[in-house]
Ligand binder design. Structure first.
Ligand code: COA
Length: 386
């Protein structure tokens, strides 16, 4: 147990704090480790990503072990049933919202959808461990189904049924409107595995903070979705593709980046709070991404990406994070940009719910300190004397 640090006193004029909590160890977790390699519950990320089986990984994160064949089948069936039976009140409410705001971000629809589920299920406070795991399994199925339903509703279409198959294959089918090939479903599954979990990132920490107050799982996940939406976190994968489209051709790479550097704007898909020598997930997916690009447009995009990578390394000593190759994979799979961050939500639901369960299992309210930096003490005056 770490001893609490002494409370900083403003009277000492201290400025000793970690901006953005950088480098601060805020707790323990048995779910994921980032030292050297990325590991989910002890397993290195490389073989998990190569296998690309999201249900395997979600089971590992939630139940603590890789499933046997029968556990995998039962787990997949429970998740599938949750996806195929979304409460009609959620769909009807989203239908009203889609008519009013068809261009709203699907991230907002997911945040609202999870909030609606919490209210419908009368989720007030964390239940026992088994109830939390069962809630987590339902959310794993409900969230991708809500995403697909929102895309139908906002386009004025009836909501199509949830297809058979793994989460990766079914979601890809719903998002593209056609059955994916085995290779497409597999690389999509790999991206879900890579996005599934990442220790105390901003959205996971937001979820843990919410449930540390004794609040419920759905409230924690709503907070996490809100945090992931930001462009410095999950929102980056959408902006990666927008940036590549804006650059357009190899001769534009240098002027585009120079302009960006001069304006002191970050380049999405580069840098990371934890990985300063490169994100292991970006290395794994970057290789797959290049193998996927077999036609003219795909190869041109990869050449553009390589040129940006090289200049970011030469000029800023910054390497890509996972969002850099993930955006290109999603583009190659024919997915529209606005679903990139929601796909991250679908994947990270496994990590978030595992962290919520871990936090509830050994809880102490998360409540850090701050250094007061406002005006000196002053006297209150009645309104007519101000
Ligand atoms: N483009 C340009 N410059 C960047 C950069 C990027 N993507 N990422 C970091 N930098 C710069 C910072 O501005 C800083 O410069 P300075 O020392 O001149 O102020 C320096 O590199 C060090 O950055 P650091 O303080 O270590 O970053 P951070 O830990 O506070 O932030 C991110 C981490 C991820 C938020 C940041 O790298 C970023 O904004 N990346 C782009 C968004 C993104 O891809 N997010 C997805 C993360 S998985």
């Amino acid at each position: 147990m770490t001893a609490p640090s002494p409370r900083p006193s403003p009277s000492q004029g201290t400025d000793d704090f970690a901006r953005g909590l950088a480098g601060v160890v805020a707790g323990k977790t048995a779910i994921c480790s980032l030292d050297g390699d990325l590991r989910y519950r002890g397993y290195s990320i490389a073989p998990l990503a190569e296998a690309g089986d999201f249900e395997d990984v979600a089971h590992l994160l939630l139940h603590g072990h890789l499933p046997t064949a029968s556990e995998h089948a039962a787990f997949s069936r429970r998740v599938h049933e949750a996806a195929a039976s979304i409460d009609p009140t959620v769909i009807e409410t989203l239908r009203v919202l889609a008519a009013r705001t068809p261009n709203a971000s699907p991230m907002d629809a997911l945040r609202t959808g999870v909030s609606l589920l919490g209210q419908i299920e009368l989720d007030q406070q964390p239940g026992p461990h088994a109830a939390l795991v069962s809630q987590a399994e339902r959310l794993l199925g409900q969230v991708p189904a809500i995403l697909a339903a929102w895309l139908d509703l906002s386009a004025g279409r009836p909501v199509a049924p949830w297809p058979e198959g793994s989460i990766a294959a079914a979601l890809l089918e719903r998002l593209t409107g056609r059955k994916p090939s085995a290779a497409e479903a597999s690389i999509f599954g790999t991206t879900l595995v890579l996005y599934a979990e990442h220790e105390f990132n901003a959205s996971t920490f937001a979820a843990r903070t919410v449930v540390s107050t004794g609040s419920d799982m759905h409230s924690g996940i709503v907070a996490a979705i809100g945090a992931l939406k930001g462009p410095l976190h999950g929102g980056a994968n959408e902006q990666v593709l927008e940036a590549l489209a804006e650059i357009g051709s190899l001769d534009r790479v240098i002027p585009w980046l120079e302009e960006r550097f001069a304006a002191k704007k970050v380049v999405m898909g580069f840098g990371h709070r934890v990985y300063k020598d490169g994100d292991v997930r970006a290395k794994i997916l970057g290789g797959m991404c290049r193998r996927l690009a077999d036609d003219g447009e795909g190869l041109a995009l990869e050449r553009l990406a390589d040129a940006v990578e090289q200049m970011m390394l030469d000029r800023k000593n910054l390497r890509p994070n996972l969002d850099w190759p993930a955006a290109r994979v999603y583009h190659a799979l024919g997915l529209p940009v606005r679903v990139f961050t929601p796909i991250f939500v679908v994947a990270r639901m496994s990590g978030w719910t595992a962290h919520v369960i871990e936090q509830v299992g050994d809880n102490r309210i998360i409540r850090p300190l701050s250094i007061y930096s406002g005006v000196a003490p002053r006297d209150w005056q009645p309104r007519d004397a101000r």
